[in-house]
Design a protein around this ligand. Structure first.
Ligand code: SRM
Ligand code: SF4
Length: 524
């Protein structure tokens, strides 16, 4: 690996230079020291370690809240136990009203307001509870997503849980940190779909596995190179390979090694795996992967099994296990506080099997609820806020972090998105769910390109002032026939968004103004 870095040394970007000097995973051994000396000392002695290096260990320094970190977990396949949720709740509870957590668009959870002096103890507590936040940022693999209803859904084709767990263990060296696979040219996203609705929208990942039959055997077609980056985004394309589920881990490792050893490391904006694929062409890329793997890949199955629209998993659904149900709860813009987390842990234990799951829409699932426990579960006070029956405007709302905590943000997102939906809900009757995705800057963490409506934070001029604004996208689709939407408006000032969204909802998604609907009813 060092040979690769040597070879390109003259042109290496700043992050590559820092990595070549010291692998950031080595910071693990300095956490106690940082805890004693504090963040200001680290800022003076090594800004790179504070702002970037610690992200390799899962700790993201937040310039928007000086002295505080966000901790990004790894939650393979989005699954936690109630005990683990309680540990996470206790971590944020320490920070009082400020402490909170967010469910992310990668079926994961992030904890906020972490202080550097607490990090060694937090790492220890996570280990004891069988969790890790290692390699959740920078040039490594992000949380690996899998079917949110794996093992529950009667219609499922492949249970993704074991595969995703093995992938995470490989990528992170069983949570200890993997020096060999955390010096990629850039971030790397992996998704494993197990159902007919492609519940992980595999097509926007660097590496996606999509169920497909080959000669009557069930496995995966492999797609590669999907990504979103500022002003540049591409859907993954076929590798023209089919794999047996047992070979997913080996193929993933081979692809990562090919990318690691050959991917560009010059301009940070041009280092994702698609850049290498474009440079080489697919045949060469595939041949190099085969060489690394040590055996030829089978050609892809003629068609994959993604035949359904993507489900959101909200509401009460019968499981394949007779008499059991999974209950999908809507969590407004994914935000939870310590008390919510404790309540969820209790609810999962009292009514389910103690398991809690996340979805990529920043929502929750409580699995394994017996028929007889449904009624009392639905009466729980927390379900007034985390509803299994949200209205159609809030139901599909997704939002990235935005300026409250994110230093890249151009606009405020979560609070604004939530407030705007409450206002529109007062004015409109919305007959079907609409997936509205907000993102605070062109990095596209909120996946605006796949929303029915997408909003990307920007600035505009209004009345001689620079104001927060959004570029607006329309028509994204997930599941069967997935495709990105198109930008339809630029630089709409946030103050004008309500009217613009209202018009779009009426024109494209069947919404009706409440007063009009009421008048009609009165006439009838
Ligand atoms: Fe993201 C960087 C939040 C999903 C594309 N993303 C960031 C950082 C770490 C920037 C920073 O240090 O402040 C944000 C942390 C803000 C905070 O305090 O929360 C951030 N990204 C998020 C999350 C939390 C959004 C959310 O509210 O759910 C998501 C965390 C997922 C996880 O659990 O790991 C998140 N980010 C995504 C996605 C969506 C996805 O993976 O499906 C994308 C687009 C897909 C992709 O990466 O191809 C995404 N994030 C980016 C990028 C642009 C990458 C690029 O190639 O240019 C950046 C900037 C970067 O990496 O330099 C970024
Ligand atoms: Fe931050 Fe931009 Fe990502 Fe939103 S899209 S979380 S503002 S980096």
């Amino acid at each position: 690996m060092t040979g690769v870095v040597e070879q390109k040394k003259l042109k290496l970007n700043k992050v590559e230079q820092a990595k070549a000097e010291k692998h950031p995973l080595l910071l693990k051994d300095e956490l106690e020291h940082f805890a004693q000396t504090g963040w200001e000392a680290l800022e003076k002695t090594n800004e790179f370690d504070l702002y970037y290096g610690l992200k390799w260990l899962g700790f993201f320094y937040r310039t928007a809240t000086p002295g505080k970190f966000m901790m990004r977990m790894r939650t393979p396949n989005g699954i936690l136990t109630s005990g683990q949720m309680r540990v996470l709740g206790e971590i944020v509870q320490r920070y009082g009203d400020e402490g909170n957590s967010d469910i992310t668009t990668r079926q994961n959870i992030q904890l906020r307001q972490i202080r550097i002096e607490d990090i060694p103890n937090i790492v220890k507590r996570l280990q004891e509870a069988g969790m890790t936040c290692v390699q959740s940022g920078m040039d490594s693999v992000r949380n690996i997503t899998g079917s949110p209803v794996a093992g529950l859904d009667a219609e499922e084709l492949i249970d993704t849980r074991g595969i995703v767990r093995k992938l995470q263990d490989m990528v992170t060296n069983n949570g200890e940190g993997n020096f060999e696979l955390s010096n990629l040219p850039r971030k790397f996203n992996i998704a494993v779909a197990g159902g007919r609705d492609n519940g992980v929208h595999a097509e926007i990942n660097d590496l996606g596995f999509v169920p497909a039959y080959q000669n009557g055997k069930l496995g995966f077609n492999v797609i590669v190179g999907g990504y979103f980056a500022p002003n540049s985004y591409e859907a993954a394309i076929p590798l023209d390979a089919w794999v047996d589920p047992r070979d997913v881990v080996a193929l993933t490792e081979a692809i990562m090694v090919v990318y690691r050893d050959n991917g560009p490391r010059e301009k940070r904006q041009k280092c994702r795996m698609m850049v290498l694929m474009n440079e080489w062409g697919m045949e060469k890329f595939r041949t190099e992967v085969e060489k690394q793997l040590g055996y030829p890949l089978l050609r892809a199955a003629a068609k994959d099994e993604v035949l359904w629209d993507k489900r959101d998993y909200i509401g009460v659904h019968a499981q394949k296990q007779s008499g059991l149900n999974y209950v999908g709860l809507h969590v407004p813009v994914g935000r939870m506080y310590a008390q919510d987390m404790f309540e969820l842990a209790r609810i999962a234990e009292v009514y389910g099997s103690g398991e809690i799951r996340f979805t990529l829409e920043q929502n929750l699932i409580i699995p394994n609820v017996p028929d007889s426990r449904l009624e009392p579960l639905l009466k729980e006070p927390l379900l007034q806020r985390f509803s299994p029956y949200p209205d159609n405007l809030n139901r599909g709302l997704v939002s990235c972090t935005g300026s409250q905590f994110c230093g890249f943000a151009i606009i405020e997102t979560k609070n604004r998105a939530h407030a705007l939906m409450q206002e529109l809900k007062q004015e409109l009757i919305q007959p079907q769910p609409v997936r509205i995705h907000w993102t605070g800057c062109p990095n596209s963490c909120g996946q605006p390109q796949i929303g029915d409506i997408g909003l990307i934070g920007t600035k505009a001029r209004k009345d001689g002032q620079t104001v927060e604004a959004a570029d607006i996208w329309l028509g994204g689709k997930v599941g069967k026939d997935a495709h990105f939407g198109k930008e339809i408006m630029k630089k709409v000032p946030c103050d004008d968004l309500k009217g613009v969204l209202r018009d779009l909802l009426i024109e494209h998604f069947g919404a009706r103004p409440k007063e009009e609907a009421l008048q009609k009813e009165a006439i009838i």
